[in-house]
Design a protein around this ligand. Sequence first.
Ligand code: HPA
Length: 248
Amino acid sequence: MLAIIGGSGLTQLSCLEISHRQVMRTPYGEPSGPLTFGKINNHEIVFLARHGHGHTIPPHVVNYRANLWALHSLNPTQVVAVASVGGIRANLTPGKMVIPNQIIDYTHGRKFTFFEDTDQPVTHIDFTEPYCQKSREYLLEAANRAKVNVIDHGVYAATQGPRLETAAEINRLERDGADMVGMTGMPEAALARELGLHYATIAVVANYAAGRGTNIHGIPLKEIYAILDKAMVGVRNILESLVKCNGD
Ligand code: HPA
C-alpha cells in the first residue's frame, strides 16, 4: 500500500475514494490527524495531512515522529511526501515540481530521532542519500507516464519556520548549494530512514524564495495558495500514475 503525506495545498486528495478514517496512537503521541484510507483508481492508499485536516499545525509543531511511526505500522510499500517550497535556483519558478535528491537541515529544537534512549546501543543511520533512490525513480517514471514535467533532482534546504526567510538567508542557502527551501523536509526524511521506509518527496514550488525573481521586495503570501492549487493537479496525476505500480 502506498502512503502519502500531504503538505500545504494538499490537505485532501480529491482523486481518493475514502473508505474510512482511523485515529492512531503511537508511543510518540498522536499523528497530525486521523489516517485516511481509500482507493485511487482502485488501488489502496493511506493519506495523512501533515498540517492536520484543517491546516492548523505549523511546521515546527508537526509531530513528525508520530506521523512516521503511524505510517510505518501499516508497512507501506512507499511513502510519498508532498511539500511546498520556495524556489532559489532560477529555473525553479512557481508551479514547477522537483524530486529532490539531497537535503541540508537548518531546523532546530524538533524531535528528530527515534534513537534517543540511553539504555540501548547508540544507533546511527547512513544518510548519504537522504531519499530512497528507487522511490525517486518510481516517482520520475510515474511523472513521465502522466506527462507531468518534473525536475529530476535538487537540494532541499529545510528551515525552521514558520516565518519565511530573509533575502540574505536565501543568498546563504544558495551559497551552501540549496536549490529550494521548505520547512518540513526535516526531520521527516531522517525519521523515515530510521524506520527503513522507502521515502521520497514531490516538492512543489509555491513562490520565488525571498529576494528572488519577482519577490525582490517581498513574498505575496496570498498568491501562494492559488499557485499550489493549480500545481496540485500535476501532483494528483503523478500519484494516480504511481499507484498503478505500487501493489495493494
Ligand atoms: N520558504 C520556506 N518554506 C516555504 C517557502 C519559502 O519560501 N515556500 C513554501 N514553503
